[in-house]
Design a protein around this ligand. Sequence first.
Ligand code: LMR
Length: 312
Amino acid sequence: MKVTVVGAGNVGATCADVLATREIANEIVLVDIKEGIAEGKALDIWQKAPIIGYDSRTVGVTNDYARTAGSDVVVITSGLPRKPGMSRDDLISVNAGIVKSVTEQVVAHSPNAIIIIVSNPLDVMTYQAHLTAKLPREKVFGMAGILDTARYRAFLAEALNVSPKDIQAVLMGGHGDTMVPLPRYTTVGGIPVTELIGKAELDAIVQRTAQGGGELVKLMGTSAWYAPGAAAAQMVEAIVRDQRRVFPVCLELQGEYGINGVYLGAPVILGKNGVERVIELQLNDEEKALLETSRGHVKEVMDALDKMGQPA
Ligand code: LMR
């Protein structure tokens, strides 16, 4: 399997490293616009192979999309990360142009690839890529649900002093402060989380999860990369190994949850065809109201993108 990661910044390089280290693809191409960066990081990952013991071949190129031709999966991480004080939505105008031009190149060289968007603002950049790629939504979708769920699971594991592996959870909605964690669907080794933790503590964890990206931006002066890169790699793995994993991903809802034409996180089955199925949960009134708030927010940013017109 051949996987391309576009953008050799922190997130893209981490994603390529996880793909190589876990031998998720036998050929990994890392692309960046800055001369030498992708080549250098890919070479470094390749030189780690004898130490850790893997044989995925990682190569880097500067803007040479011909080298990415025939990729099975492409992860797009290109674009600016946010700085302290910025919201993800503040990145829309600059990142829309970048995501559009990268998507054009990707589709021209790998027309059958499944495309995973990681650039922010995630939901609206998935919309941008979907508009540009002109492929079915099953083949163009965004990574955020796995990341947001991982943060929620990590916070819960800490609070309960249990392994994060035993925490199962799903989140819905946009990748931002209006995301919708679903405690009703959260279990710890099969036990409903609400039997193990009080409401106030759980509410605080939900709140911290919604602002999880911002917490890291404040600490580091730039966006996170280890968990985002690993989350994208986990999606690639589900596809290239046809695992049929159940993950929340961002995609265009087409009538599910009573929502049409808005890009939001929802649980899906991920396999060799990309999104194999969208799962519709029976949300209660409170959860529906939260999802509606998230829908409204993402739609506003989608409308802002539409008003700007398509980047040249
Ligand atoms: C994240 O959640 O870590 C990413 O969306 C990056 C960011 O700016 O928060």
